[in-house]
Write a new protein. Structure first.
Lengths: 443, 275
């Protein structure tokens, strides 16, 4: 029997044993074996397997007596079987994590087998034994990234990845106000929630209306700020303006002030009943009754876009000023010599260059506005309420609707469905934005 | 003559926009010095200036405790995030290892997922781990959540630093980590500044995470929640106090922004192009 096959077979059964006995790489073999001990140790100790093998548990149930991994997988598949005792969401979270860990262990196992094979093969071919130390030296360079990244990977897995998987999976359950653990069990329902969103009129109507407003809002918000920013940047940059930095530092203020403070400030400034702005307009005789800035659907939408304009234009202005400062003046001089008028230079050369330089920023800003929770929540709370919409107000965008569905209505499953849809929309936009950038190509 | 009219019109426009920018700010600043407590009674130019609102803010609310909570979260978050981001970005920029490409694409996907949508799972997770109502526990979420986006950003920056410099250091006998600390970190000061400042500013005004994970009782909450609660109710008898609290928090953050604006602007530009 060749060393490679005996080493592989040994390592299939006992991790690292091929390396240990055949390859004479004791330390490496032991490390693989420790991984196996960990996997089985955690499972055996966290469950009641020893009692089971000793015959002390006649009616063995994974629900009660399984270890971390078996119980985790059981929980993920069933989401609990005894109402009031099994907590479906805990089971789901534990299930996701144990599944992730199992996949990691599976990776180590496969690596162990592949390594056992290549160690055996090296001995067959060269008839020399590579010591663990030499191997370690050789592979330190290869292993270093993994060693450093592993702890960070665990943090990201727990805090970022697991919640996302949880939220995606929730879309396929009936986790809502009628099925709140621990009193009730959550069940897998397949694509029911998706078909509910499509087939039940109030859901599909609300979805379409909210989606339409979300898109309109994101467009208006992005382009209004972009063009005001562009306009101000060009004006500040024009030759006749002496105090460029004076104006620049005033205009930058709305960007510098924390957004939430500005939004709450405007919410009060535009308050329908007590609004000082309304009072001022009334006193001047410009209006005869108070304007419902935030309490009537259409005017609220306009107010939100206007407030966003105030908050958002400085960012584009500063960015465009930066681009303008780095532009090559000879380009415009050449155009002038060729007889282009000022307007032509602007229209044909300057504007396209500026647009090109800021296009990724515009897409990023669009995505940001698409998910611009703060603008809606702090200004109107999504209101005014609209009874023909399912738990949404007139100014609600998708993300604030999701927030309401989650926190006010406990409709986690429907929120999760919308969540997935947002992710697809945002993902497509961002992919399209980034696919041609050097960062992706040179990755 | 035409030039002068032009110049006049340009300046007129600039001044009008400047007024639009400044008037709301002046209004909120003046409100905080206004006698009386309601929105209706606060005028653009107060009849007399008073510090009552600030005094009431400290006497009647737990503003100092909220401020302390927010500050600790922000400071710790800046440190933890920078450490995690720099190490991860350094590894993916400098080492070629199996899984690197898929890992980077994975991070890109994660950075597109609006992070607060995972709040239900985080709530349950914090509940099981007993971390609810611990303000500092929020740092874990902020710092881990900062990784996907910022690692791409910093990786782009580090890719711009020549690898020959590291190789020279290795030849001179530096280990990986000493190269990282002595060569890479000093050379990436601008991007570190960006990460630290933006991560420091983020928690001050984050609303969703503290409102989910901290109880509204006065000792464990943050400035953002405290301020929001002052004006969330229907009765608006705390508006001027809110104005005072808002000013106290907005002034330092605005100054911080202005001081570091060079780095912040670079960071935003790089973020859009992913380096």
């Amino acid at each position: 029997m060749t060393k490679r096959s005996s080493s592989t077979i040994l390592s299939c059964l006992f991790w690292g044993s091929g390396q240990f006995f055949i390859g004479k790489q004791k330390a490496k073999g032991l490390l693989f074996f420790v991984a196996q001990i960990l996997l089985f140790g955690i499972e055996l100790i966290s469950g009641y397997w020893f009692n089971f093998f000793a015959g002390q548990i006649p009616d063995f149930q994974i629900r009660l007596h399984g270890g971390y991994f078996t119980r985790g997988i059981w929980g993920l598949f069933t989401l609990g079987t005894v109402p009031g005792e099994d907590h479906s969401t805990y089971l789901m979270i534990n299930g996701i994590m144990s599944l992730i860990f199992l996949i990691i262990f599976l990776g180590i196992y496969i690596w162990n087998i592949v390594d056992a094979y290549s160690t055996g093969k090296a001995i067959d071919d060269t008839h020399t034994y590579l010591s663990s130390r030499a191997y370690g030296k050789k592979s330190y360079q290869k292993m270093f990234p993994y060693l450093v990244l592993t702890p960070i990977l665990f943090v990201v897995l727990y805090i970022v990845v697991m919640p996302i998987i949880f939220s995606v999976l929730t879309a396929f359950t009936n986790y809502n106000v009628n099925h709140l653990p621990p009193a009730n069990l959550v069940k897998w329902v397949g694509l029911d929630n998706f078909s509910k969103l499509i087939s039940i009129p109030i859901w599909s109507q609300t979805f379409l209306i909210v989606l339409a407003w979300t898109v309109i809002w994101a467009f208006l918000a992005t382009f209004s700020t972009y063009f005001l920013g562009l306009f101000q940047a060009l004006l500040i940059n024009s030759k006749c303006v002496k105090h460029k930095s004076f104006f620049r530092s005033i205009y930058i203020l709305p960007w510098a002030i924390p957004g939430m403070i500005s939004l709450l400030m405007f919410r009060n400034l535009f308050n329908g009943q007590f609004s000082p702005l309304n009072q001022l307009l009334l006193d001047c005789g410009l209006i005869h009754s108070r304007i419902p800035f935030l309490s009537e659907a259409f005017s609220a939408k306009i107010t939100i876009v206007a407030v966003n304009l105030w908050i958002g234009f400085p960012m584009f202005m500063v960015m465009l000023l930066g681009v303008l400062a780095n532009q090559d003046p000879t380009l415009y001089e050449a155009a002038e010599i060729d007889g282009a008028s000022k307007f032509q230079i602007f229209r044909r050369i300057k504007l396209p260059l500026l647009m090109k330089a800021t296009a990724p920023l515009v897409v990023m800003n669009f995505v940001g506005n698409f998910n611009g929770f703060g603008f809606i929540y702090f200004l109107t709370n999504g209101g005014p309420n609209n009874s023909s919409l399912q738990f949404a107000g007139d100014t609600d965008i998708l993300i604030s609707w999701i927030y309401k569905l989650t926190l006010d209505q406990n409709m986690y499953n429907m929120a999760a469905v919308l969540n997935i849809l947002i992710f697809i929309l945002v993902g497509v936009a961002s992919y399209w934005n980034l696919k041609n950038t050097t960062a992706i190509k040179e990755m | 003559m035409k030039k002068r009219i032009n110049s006049f019109l340009v300046h007129l426009e600039l001044i009008v926009v400047a007024l639009f920018v400044l008037i709301p700010i002046i209004w909120i600043v003046m409100s905080s010095f206004n006698p009386g407590d309601s929105l209706a009674s606060s005028s653009l130019i107060p009849k007399r200036f008073t510090l009552d609102n600030y005094i009431r803010l400290f006497k009647e609310t737990n503003y100092l405790v909220w401020f302390k909570n927010s500050f600790l979260i922000a400071a710790l978050n800046a440190i933890v995030s920078v450490v995690l981001i720099m190490i991860t970005a350094w590894i993916v920029s400098r080492f070629n290892f199996r899984g690197r490409r898929s890992g980077l694409i994975g991070l890109l996907l994660l950075s597109m997922f609006p992070n607060f949508l995972s709040m239900t799972a985080l709530y349950t997770l914090y509940l099981t781990m007993g971390l609810l109502n611990h303000p500092l526990a929020l740092v874990i979420i902020y710092a881990a959540g900062a990784i996907p986006y910022n690692v791409w950003l910093v990786k782009g920056y580090l890719d711009g630093i020549s690898k020959e410099i590291d190789e020279a250091a290795y030849i001179d006998g530096c280990s990986y980590f000493s190269t990282f600390f002595r060569i890479i970190l000093p050379m990436s000061k601008p991007i570190i500044t960006y990460c630290a400042v933006s991560q420091f500013m983020l928690p001050w005004m984050d609303f969703i995470m503290p409102s989910m994970l901290l109880s509204t009782d006065n000792d464990n909450t943050t400035v953002a929640i405290g301020l929001y609660n002052m004006i969330a109710g229907k009765e608006n008898d705390k508006f001027t106090m809110f104005a005072a609290g808002a000013i106290l928090i907005a002034v330092p953050i605005t100054i911080l922004f202005i001081v570091f604006q060079k780095y912040l602007v670079q960071g935003v530009a790089a973020g859009a192009n992913k380096g």
